[in-house]
Design a protein around this ligand. Sequence first.
Ligand SMILES: Cc1cc2nc3c(=O)[nH]c(=O)nc-3n(C[C@H](O)[C@H](O)[C@H](O)COP(=O)(O)OP(=O)(O)OC[C@H]3O[C@@H](n4cnc5c(N)ncnc54)[C@H](O)[C@@H]3O)c2cc1C
Ligand SMILES: *[C@@H]1O[C@H](CO)[C@@H](O)[C@H](O)[C@H]1NC(C)=O
Ligand SMILES: *[C@@H]1O[C@H](CO)[C@@H](O)[C@H](O)[C@H]1NC(C)=O
Ligand SMILES: *[C@@H]1O[C@H](CO)[C@@H](O)[C@H](O)[C@H]1NC(C)=O
Ligand SMILES: *[C@@H]1O[C@H](CO)[C@@H](O)[C@H](O)[C@H]1NC(C)=O
Ligand SMILES: *[C@@H]1O[C@H](CO)[C@@H](O)[C@H](O)[C@H]1NC(C)=O
Ligand SMILES: *[C@@H]1O[C@H](CO)[C@@H](O)[C@H](O)[C@H]1NC(C)=O
Length: 619
Amino acid sequence: MTKLWTLLLLYGLSLVEARVLPSHASPVSARAVQSANYDFVIVGGGPSGLVLADRLTEDPKVTVLVIEAGPFDQGEDGVRVPGAWNPVPYFWPGLVTEPLTALNGRAEQVVVGKVVGGGTTINAMNILRATTADFAAWVSLGNGGWGWNDMLPFFKKGENFTAPDPAFAASNNISWDDSVRGHGGPLQYSYSNYNYPGSGQWWSAGLSVGLKPVHDPSSGVNTGLFWVPTVLDTKTQTRCSARVAHYDSVKTRPNYHVLAEHQVAKVLFKGTRATGVQYLGSSGGNTSTVFASKEVILAAGALHTPQILQLSGVGPEKLLKSLGIPVVAKLPGVGTNFQDHASIVVQYNFSNIITPNAGSLATNATYAAEQRALYDSHQPSAFTVVRGLGSTFGALSFKDLANASASIISNAKTRDAAASLPADEDRTVVAGYKAQREILVQQLQNPDMAVSVTAWDTFSSVMVAVLKPFSRGKITIKSTDVRVEPKLDYRTATDPSDLPILTATLRKLRQIMSAPAMAALGTNEAAPLGAHVQSDEDFETVLRASLGASSAHQCCSAPMMPLKMGGVVDPKHNVYGVTGLRIADVSTFPMAVSGGPTANVYAVAEKVADIVKKTYKLA
Ligand SMILES: Cc1cc2nc3c(=O)[nH]c(=O)nc-3n(C[C@H](O)[C@H](O)[C@H](O)COP(=O)(O)OP(=O)(O)OC[C@H]3O[C@@H](n4cnc5c(N)ncnc54)[C@H](O)[C@@H]3O)c2cc1C
Ligand SMILES: *[C@@H]1O[C@H](CO)[C@@H](O)[C@H](O)[C@H]1NC(C)=O
Ligand SMILES: *[C@@H]1O[C@H](CO)[C@@H](O)[C@H](O)[C@H]1NC(C)=O
Ligand SMILES: *[C@@H]1O[C@H](CO)[C@@H](O)[C@H](O)[C@H]1NC(C)=O
Ligand SMILES: *[C@@H]1O[C@H](CO)[C@@H](O)[C@H](O)[C@H]1NC(C)=O
Ligand SMILES: *[C@@H]1O[C@H](CO)[C@@H](O)[C@H](O)[C@H]1NC(C)=O
Ligand SMILES: *[C@@H]1O[C@H](CO)[C@@H](O)[C@H](O)[C@H]1NC(C)=O
């Protein structure tokens, strides 16, 4: 950066700012940003942050800075090529759960992205919308304007669906309703163009135990069997991340800046008005500040958005006082209501396994080379399938589960809400959770609501996850230093409803795997299940030993709900009790959704961007 640039900024000549900003939207250096003023400062460059930055900079008069803790990816195969998927280099290091008291006191590593694009640069590429019933729940929790019909235009706005080859679709049971799919947005998505041959056995087995094919899981109902759409750009056969869709595609804008490898330490306030942020280099170094003349927008994800709020003096009063943080706004809900999709992987061995399958890229070098050559010449290839995964899901309503007794529902109905939360939880938080439990009980009785999901990788394992957890975790800082990770108190399965629902799902899985179409493969159920696991108690023992706390679907820790229900943001995503501060990310979901978060993160962020643009009458 030139001396002139620095001088102009140091003297706060914001009028000339637009002219002296770099001539295209480059990653900027810390020095360039120092003391600068932007209209909006966005904290976190994941999908929510980059959607906001992209949409707000559509107005050339508006200046936006995104501060992202992680680096830019290098376009390596592990990121771009689905069949070479390797997310590990971009995992946020050092995240571990508190001891999981309902899971034998185990602690687990927790995974989120630390890279421009956030989770979407490294995730499993599944792009699955929540359903009519999910959004109806958001509305009934006090969020007018967030129902399915309100969301559908924002789902469509962000995306560009490319239909698969018709013959391939027909022979592989891929179906969709084109009228609910978007076609003009920047997020490219489609389906893998290759299917492992054993896949049809699982589909047939599912049908034979009563599951129905879903015509389009993105149309508001997803209970049954379906192919999962994936963020595959069919032109390049590569991953379309938020970085690709919402940064690379608009990089020429001079008003859109990304400062990578810097971590926001806290939001700065003047009274209760957010004025900017303090940040530091991710690999150490001194702190700097940058100011936002209109708003600071938090998009740091479900673990770090509540952390930043608490560090900034917005959160539970007792916590802030215990760390000597001056209270800007007492907000008991910050960090509460934390959820994820707990999941378990069941191993199988097959005496008659069909090859190739999702294991073959790793085990058969000839096959891998052959498929890579096809991929490189843009022909259908196993490299368009995310490594190690299959392409179909079975999403199960409570009614679909096997031998799920009605007592699960009646027990859930009569349980005291406060008993499922940490001791001494604020009464507003208890009130919000009580309302959520009533909704969960209704959802268990709704045949159109998926409460769990299962998927076979076509090789050696089946994943089962709970989609509608009753248990609630909590995120709390333990230091005033942003580099000390907050306490991730997952509290997985601490509510007594979650394990019985998983047990009934595992029993359903057993039915699927022993149906003739799967039995033909010589199925042997292996660890952590097996023939010795029969009674409810046996299943619960297995789950306590082997259930994973996370599917990397962390959410809901700064929920959009009324203040008197422990909410953190209002339906316009303004943080309660302060001004000039919004949240745009997955932490604002009031309840975990019956699909992966990503499609919904994009749509929520599109809607928040629309609200912000209207608020400031932006072009
Ligand atoms: C391995 C993996 C697989 C997944 N698979 C799927 C899938 O197949 N389908 C699906 O729907 N979902 C999946 N997910 C989840 C999905 O990617 C996330 O729900 C989604 O990315 C959340 O978006 P977000 O914008 O709210 O937060 P994030 O994507 O987490 O982005 C937050 C960003 O903020 C940055 N940040 C945090 N703190 C700070 C700070 N103090 N200063 C500056 N920057 C900060 C982080 O580095 C990160 O880049 C997966 C996630 C992972 C990690
Ligand atoms: C949508 O995808 C089609 C087919 O791949 C492509 O031709 C078109 O340019 C894309 N549109 C946008 C807005 O990206
Ligand atoms: C498609 O569905 C039919 C039954 O309708 C089933 O026989 C077949 O195996 C399925 N194929 C795949 C690839 O799912
Ligand atoms: C840190 O401070 C030093 C000395 O004042 C300065 O040279 C450097 O640019 C600063 N770094 C950042 C990231 O502000
Ligand atoms: C490995 O892949 C090649 C090429 O597809 C195939 O001919 C061969 O049978 C495979 N080997 C095994 C052991 O599956
Ligand atoms: C359901 O319960 C019945 C009666 O106890 C039993 O015969 C059957 O095997 C059970 N099914 C599953 C899938 O557990
Ligand atoms: C496969 O499962 C059967 C039955 O549980 C078991 O006897 C066998 O040892 C297993 N084989 C392998 C390779 O794990």
